[in-house]
Design a protein around this ligand. Structure first.
Ligand SMILES: C[S@@+](CC[C@H](N)C(=O)[O-])C[C@H]1O[C@@H](n2cnc3c(N)ncnc32)[C@H](O)[C@@H]1O
Length: 257
């Protein structure tokens, strides 16, 4: 049987097969690429804001180089979203996530996951020692929340960390604010857009170690963000004026049966 090291090296998407995740296959490949980079230097600590069922935790759970996982999830039943207005998560709980992970991975150490049923803004950074090397933000998809979640990650992570985000199109306003803030603070960083909707910020020493490999897999960010702005505008207008959506569908032929 092929071992976990080889599967991560090969960006084997079956590493995500046992627990359902709200990511596209291309996102999973991008997340594995980041994991492959981070684990190359040895053991690492992973932090995730927004874990839901644990789908994006699973490749780290089975990775023997991942020594500790912080999973932060406020577990609201409904949450605001820049694109759709609101998203619903019935039955969302940490217990359900842990039970599901234990059942899916009976031989993996679920005890290495430290869970926090909270908004990151309400947590004490002192509880996050050892510091995470790799953070993934996939919680409330609003510009304001993403900016706050990034601020939290920055306050707890190591100086040469990798901080990734899901759904870059939805939170593109928050990402722009984060870039401005980093520039203003004089923190050295580089950013990339990875397929399909993963955004990544490399801090300080992570640039020299990973930028080349990540850049090779990256997409044209300005083109992606331009299309995202247009889609966001369409979705906001359609929510406000439902007749606009019907007219748009008729004009583009999508309203035909
Ligand atoms: C998109 S899901 C995460 C999906 C998961 N990363 C995956 O693909 O397997 C978003 C999660 O963020 C959590 N969440 C929503 N608002 C939050 C907040 N303010 N702080 C922390 N977690 C939050 C929700 O409870 C939900 O479980």
């Amino acid at each position: 049987m092929v071992d976990v090291d080889e599967r991560i090296s090969a960006l084997d998407l079956s590493l995500f097969d046992r627990v359902s995740t709200q990511t596209y296959p291309e996102d999973r490949s991008s997340l594995l690429l980041l994991q492959r980079c981070v684990r190359r230097s040895g053991n690492y600590v992973y932090a995730e804001i927004g874990s839901h069922l644990g789908g994006t935790l699973q490749p780290h759970l089975v990775d023997s180089r991942c020594s500790l996982i912080y999973s932060i999830d406020k577990r609201p039943l409904a949450l605001p979203d820049e694109f759709t207005g609101a998203v619903y998560y019935p039955g969302n709980s940490t217990q359900r996530m842990l039970d599901g992970l234990r059942e899916a991975f009976p031989d993996s150490p679920v005890e290495k996951i430290r869970t926090f049923d909270s908004d990151a803004r309400d947590l004490d950074p002192k509880e996050f020692s050892p510091a995470p090397d790799f953070c993934f933000i996939d919680a409330e998809h609003t510009d304001k929340a993403v900016f706050a979640d990034f601020g939290f990650c920055l306050s707890v992570c190591g100086p040469d960390s990798v901080i990734a985000f899901h759904d870059a199109a939805t939170v593109r306003g928050g990402l722009a604010r984060i870039r401005r803030q980093l520039t203003k603070s004089g923190i050295r960083f580089q950013h990339f857009l990875l397929p399909k909707h993963v955004y990544v910020i490399l801090l300080n020493g992570a640039i020299g170690k990973f930028a080349k490999e990540i850049e090779e897999a990256s997409l044209d960010e300005s083109d992606y963000m331009r299309r995202a702005s247009w889609e966001l505008l369409k979705s906001k207008l359609s929510r406000r004026f439902p007749w606009l959506q019907r007219t748009w569908h008729i004009l583009t032929g999508r309203g035909k049966t």
